[in-house]
Design a binder for this molecule. Structure first.
Ligand code: M6R
Length: 615
């Protein structure tokens, strides 16, 4: 959601801002705009509804004077539709100050009423314009831009990142954040601000994450961070571990196609340096290590795809570490009055580390006295910083809205944690630990093999592109895979799709089966010790008898499904807990190819944002 870029340095703001906004496009947005202080000291702005290309074309048709200071924004509409007028930046009453915003100002109506009573008028329906007008009024009261921003933000309720500039302070950009991301990029004679490092990684890999309730002021040569009341704080610098080329398509037709292909590497990088002599080594847990022995319960919180990774984590943690685990959607968690104690470990999973629902759930857990661990793919993200410890997945930047490589990396990280916890608790023999680690280490190579099925799945997807509804079935660890397959198809191809636990079929969903209904079935290995395979094959027969078209994802060489399936997509042999890492890939490819066959944008599906930074 909303992408934010700020720049101070050389007279090339427009290039930096548009480049940054382009890299932030993946976050999802529906309008874009920039504000620049020209070398002559004028404040100029341009904003347009639609994609960034609309703004770029507009700037090509009628140039905007460039300057050394600027802010840029891509807006995901909340208050008011995606129009030119609602797009950011918004201006102060005197037109000397411009402001952009990510998040929601919950008390904007009350603040707007105050300004209206003071004679202010508004041109947009946004909460952002209220902040711009307020900041303009505070600026007039004196003390400079950063101090004025401090006086404004203490009055705001909700979540926000704000950036502002004022023509009377021509080489300054100020920013503030609460529950919404903002990162500084450190350059030579130039400095940057961004919603995430993608905004400036082509210029610098030196970054500083801004803490909760902090204000930053950047000039070409200085960076100052304070709390909301002006007391200086010392933030910590970090090195971005990937370069600009990692966030480029690199010849692939879409970021999603590239990211699906990167899954072997994503898992390998997440495991790298964390397995030594048949043990898991997680220095990442330093902040938690002493508490781990006393943990008696785990609650996993996450949203969307990350929650399905969490469901798989539950199977692994309960099996290996013999500890009760529950999985909750972050947005449901804190409203259910969960029972938490200092011996509860709350594990949050988030690719972006900025998902507002998950962040709020983590804060709730902290306040309730629970221990917190996050599994996160984005260095320095808010959720990671709030938690007692973080296990970073090293999947590299995930740009496509649909999560793919982050999902398999999350599972790998959860499994590493599960095996480590099992060792701490003494619940798994060294032989069983070694066997599991060997399985995990073999996943990257097996993923390479699954990727070879791409062309066949592409044909299948083309052939099914006019499907109206697709169902997905799985049991045990196959169930989260079914849910994920359905989610991918919904979000990318806009097709009604449902995932079910196969055992639930006879309790209702089987009524949906009619002749020709396509059903993907995730078939467990015939070697499964719990005889789940036979049960799933029975389920296949039940729906086939009612006319369903069966598309089975089954272990290589499993001849038992052949007589009943219309299509079998083979995956390499793997232990039961590890099959999901492989079985999900054909479903990702299927959703992507079907959406492509329908002519849809697979990287930025309609209505969706990569990083959901509002509740
Ligand atoms: O950044 P997060 O992992 O916290 O995001 C959670 C969900 O919003 C995300 O997984 C979403 O479901 C994806 N679009 C699914 O492809």
């Amino acid at each position: 959601m909303c992408g934010i870029v700020g720049y101070v340095g050389r007279p090339k703001s427009l290039e930096v801002l548009l480049g940054g906004l382009r890299r932030l496009e993946y976050r999802g947005y529906d309008s874009a705009g920039v504000a620049i202080i020209t070398e002559e000291g004028d404040l100029v702005t341009r904003k347009r509804a639609g994609k960034l290309a609309v703004l770029v074309d507009d700037l090509a048709a009628e140039a905007l004077t460039d300057g050394s200071t600027g802010i840029g924004h891509t807006r995901w509409a909340t208050h008011g539709g995606p129009t030119d007028g609602n797009a950011h930046p918004h201006l102060s009453r005197d037109g000397k100050l411009a402001l952009i915003h990510n998040g929601i100002i919950e008390n904007f109506a009350e603040l707007k009423a105050e300004l209206l009573a003071d004679g202010y008028t508004f041109e947009s329906e946004t909460d952002t314009e209220v902040a711009a007008k307020l900041l303009g009024r505070e600026y007039e009261a004196g003390g400079g831009l950063a101090a004025a921003l401090g006086r404004v933000v203490v009055r705001l309720e909700g979540a926000f990142t704000l950036l502002a500039l004022h023509r009377d302070e021509p080489l300054v950009v100020v920013g503030a954040r609460r529950n919404s991301p903002l990162v500084i990029g450190l350059g030579e004679g130039e400095n940057f601000l961004g919603s995430d490092v993608a905004a400036f990684v082509e210029h610098t890999q030196r970054a500083v994450a801004i803490g909760q309730d902090q204000i930053v002021t950047i000039t070409p040569d200085t960076v100052t961070v304070t709390d909301f009341f002006g007391t200086e704080v010392q933030p910590t610098e970090f090195q971005v571990s990937w370069d600009a080329s990692a966030a480029e398509k690199g010849g692939w037709s879409s970021f999603m196609a590239k990211e699906i292909s990167e899954q072997p590497e994503a898992v390998a990088n997440t495991l790298r340096t964390r397995i030594h002599d048949d043990h898991v080594v997680l220095p990442d847990l330093a902040g938690l290590e002493e508490s781990l022995v006393g943990i008696d319960r785990i609650v996993i919180i996450a949203c969307g795809t990350a929650s399905y990774a969490g469901m798989l984590g539950k199977y692994a943690l309960e099996k290996w570490a013999r500890i009760p685990v529950e999985v909750q959607l972050s947005h449901e968690f804190r409203y259910s009055e969960p029972v938490l104690s200092p011996t509860t470990l709350v594990v949050s999973i988030s690719q972006s580390g900025e998902t507002m629902d998950t962040l709020m759930a983590v804060k709730y857990a902290i306040e309730a006295g629970a221990k917190t661990l996050s599994i996160c793919n984005t260095q320095g993200a808010t959720i990671a910083r709030e938690s007692d410890a973080v296990i970073y997945t090293h999947a590299g930047p995930e740009v496509a809205v649909a999560s793919t490589k982050a999902f398999v990396a999350q599972i790998a990280a959860l499994y590493l944690f599960g095996l480590h916890l099992a060792e701490v608790r003494g619940t798994l023999s060294p032989e069983a630990t070694k066997e599991a680690l060997d399985e995990l280490s073999s996943i990257p190579e097996k993923l390479e093999q699954v990727l070879l099925t791409k062309e066949r799945i592409q044909e299948l997807a083309k052939w099914m592109s006019d499907s109206r509804a697709v169902l997905f079935l799985g049991r045990h660890v196959g169930y989260p895979v079914a849910l994920e397959g359905a989610l991918k198809l919904k979000e990318l191809a806009y097709i009604h799709a449902e995932g079910f636990a196969a055992g639930e079929l006879k309790h209702g969903p089987i009524a949906l089966i009619e002749p020709g209904q396509p059903v993907f079935v995730v078939v467990p290995s015939p070697r499964d010790p719990n005889s789940l395979h036979a049960k799933v094959v029975s389920n296949i027969q039940e729906i086939r008898a009612r006319g369903a078209r069966i598309l089975a994802i089954a272990e290589q060489g499993d001849a038992s499904v052949l007589p009943f399936a219309d299509e079998v997509i083979p995956i390499p042999l793997a232990g039961a807990l590890f099959e999901p890492l492989l079985a999900v890939v054909p479903l990702q490819i299927f959703a992507m190819e079907l959406a492509t066959a329908k002519g849809l944008d697979v990287d930025q599906p309609r209505n969706l944002a990569k990083s959901v930074t509002v509740e």
